[in-house]
Design a protein around this ligand. Structure first.
Ligand SMILES: O=C(O)C(=O)C[C@]1(C(=O)O)C=C[C@@H](O)C=C1
Length: 234
């Protein structure tokens, strides 16, 4: 997912922040019969179509608008039951969307400001970023299941005691986290920095990419893991 996320950020970085896209019930845009932002409206339309293509039947996909989905037109697939059924109740997309709008967009956008001719392009790039972040973060469910299976007595004990500090300690692998951040620095240096970029135009930089992963992506993945484990024995 890492390269997908980096390239999605780069695609978003061609545009300014465009706050109008995220404003709830913006008067200028005046979307009929919809309560929410332009981004939400665009995202709901896409999720409705994708639900009919059975996107959200897949255990590695989590919708942002679960209440709006329609039944798939394609027949159901039988996925191997890797996760505990409780996994379907774990959805961090509201949190991911809020953090994306508040903290990530300012780091990856070209500059602060609106650009009405690009609202559609911005919304499609945002949806790509949100979908890839969501998929990566919710893979925490699979990572948590693998960790549970690797030491069932230990995790059973921790879960029964609701020992969040103990679970956190056991699911954390600082060496892996360090490696990820080092790898991201290298990737951003290669993919994300345009040597001809204007000094007042920000693009995805190693510093920002590392910040996004360190402060948001990895911590929320861990939250998903802990949440899944805490409900694993119910
Ligand atoms: O790879 C793991 O073991 C994970 O749990 C995933 C992840 C991550 O989000 O990348 C989260 C926690 C670990 O400390 C290391 C990495």
């Amino acid at each position: 997912m890492e390269d997908t996320i980096i390239f999605n950020f780069i695609e978003r970085s061609h545009f300014p922040t465009c706050p109008t896209v995220y404003e709830v019930n913006n008067k200028e845009l005046n979307i009929p019969n919809f309560d929410g932002s332009f981004l939400d409206w665009a995202h709901v339309q896409l999720e409705i179509a994708h639900s009919q293509l059975r996107r959200f039947e897949s255990p590695d996909e989590n919708p942002f608008f679960p209440d709006k989905l329609l039944k798939p037109i394609l027949p159901r697939l039988e996925y191997p039951p890797v996760l505990d059924p409780v996994a379907s109740n774990i959805n961090y997309n509201s949190k991911i969307k809020n953090i994306y709008i508040e903290h990530i967009i300012p780091l990856v956008s070209k500059y602060v400001g609106d650009q009405p001719e690009n609202y559609g392009s911005v919304a499609t790039r945002d949806i790509d970023c949100l979908q890839s972040l969501s998929r990566r973060i919710h893979f925490g469910k699979f990572v948590a299941e693998a960790k549970f299976q690797s030491n069932i007595p230990l995790y059973t004990e921790l879960i029964k005691n609701k020992d969040i500090a103990g679970i956190t300690e056991n699911i954390t692998n600082s060496a892996v986290e360090e490696k990820i951040l080092e790898r991201l620095t290298k990737k951003a240096e290669v993919y994300g920095v345009d040597p001809t970029t204007n000094s007042n135009e920000t693009k995805i930089t190693p510093e920002y990419l590392v910040k996004i992963y360190k402060e948001f992506v990895i911590p929320i993945t861990k939250e998903v893991e802990i949440d899944y484990l805490l409900r694993r024995l119910n």
